[in-house]
Ligand binder design. Structure first.
Ligand code: ZN
Length: 344
């Protein structure tokens, strides 16, 4: 009985005004996701290795998309947050990484130049608070004429993020812009040690204490090793800093989407430690609640066979709509989500 009351209470606490959130979520469609992903994961971008021409081409592509959908540059003339930092430690998500490849990517100890691409959408009455959606657009590059296209890792997350930006801009043009501000940020340097997200949290464009949450998307276009149907996504981190964030995410999914939300990798003692292995961690360590959306690793992970024709675009569409609706709720509810009370 107690349980039922709790669920009812959560149901009531979802505050999205009207049903417009659904209308805008439905602007996120397979054909758009596919159009962008085919370009980002094409051979001409040579695997988007941070610091290489292919990564710069990807950055330009994302910037042009932001421009086309009407997002102004975030500081005067630029959409880019440029950084020049030392390569970090490769945070491979699997145990049996190809060490030769890792050496090739990290053999060079020089400083690496990358850029984050920022799509900033100003809020209305609560604009001093910010929701951040991230996905890394860099990948492993081209080595000995082998191109690592990174269609799932993480062109899939990148196209999700830029389509979420577009859905919010369509809403904004119809007078339904978000109350809180929204930053959709395509980050680079992830494969070289979460460099772009670390640079951002070290040099935020917005005070971190006003940053309400980070939704990070890294690999959502494939079926992972332990699954046999596409109707799921692993969620990691949601309840660690804010139970309220977890509850909202659950409620949105139940009400509108109906994916299986799998928390296997969210266990504190999970040996994979994914919580520490993608860009959301740089936000979490600054006490900003995060959700990491992830399909799990698969046979083509970090291989030249992570290519476009294996991508399940219906799966990307469904997960992207879930993330959009979650961001919409976070941006529009009256109260910003609360942090858990610290134990001890
Ligand atoms: Zn990735």
């Amino acid at each position: 009985m107690k349980k039922i009351i709790v669920i009812l209470f959560i149901g009531i606490s979802i505050s999205s005004f009207s049903q417009d959130n659904i209308k805008y979520s439905e602007t996120i469609i397979v054909s758009d996701l596919e159009k962008h992903l085919i370009i980002l994961a094409s051979d001409s971008l040579e695997g988007r290795e941070t610091g290489k021409p292919g990564q710069k081409m990807a950055a330009d592509y994302i910037m042009n998309h932001f421009k086309n959908i009407g997002i102004p540059p975030y500081i005067k003339k630029s959409y880019y947050q440029k950084f020049k930092v030392k390569s970090g430690r490769h945070l491979c998500k699997c145990d049996d990484c190809d060490q030769n490849l890792v050496k090739k990517i990290f053999g060079n100890k020089n400083k690496i130049k990358g850029e984050n691409v920022l799509g900033y959408i100003e809020g209305t009455d609560l604009k001093d608070e910010l929701i951040i959606v991230t996905a890394h657009y860099d990948h492993l590059g081209k080595h000995d004429s082998l191109i690592f296209n990174g269609a799932d890792d993480d062109a899939s997350g990148t196209v999700a993020a830029i389509e979420i930006a577009e859905a919010f801009m369509i809403a904004k043009k119809e007078g339904q812009g978000p109350r809180r501000s929204l930053l959709v940020m395509a980050v680079s340097g992830e494969e070289k040690g979460l460099l772009g997200s670390k640079y951002y949290t070290d040099h935020p464009i917005y005070p971190l204490e006003n940053t309400v949450a980070n939704l990070n998307i890294d690999m959502i276009g494939r079926i992972g090793d332990f699954k046999d149907n596409p109707n799921y996504v692993y969620l990691i981190g949601a309840d660690r800093l804010s139970q309220e964030l977890h509850n909202i995410s659950e409620q949105i999914n139940k009400e509108y989407i109906g994916l299986e939300l799998d928390y296997t990798f969210n266990e504190e003692d999970d040996p994979n430690r994914y919580y520490y292995r993608s860009d959301h961690y740089n936000f979490a360590k600054n006490n900003i609640p995060v959700i990491f959306y992830f399909n799990g690793i698969h046979e083509d992970y970090h291989k030249v066979t992570d290519t476009v024709e294996k991508i399940d675009f219906d799966k990307i569409q469904k997960i992207t709509r879930l993330i959009f609706l979650t961001a919409w709720e976070l941006a529009n509810r009256d109260e910003r989500i609360k942090l858990n009370k610290k134990e001890n």
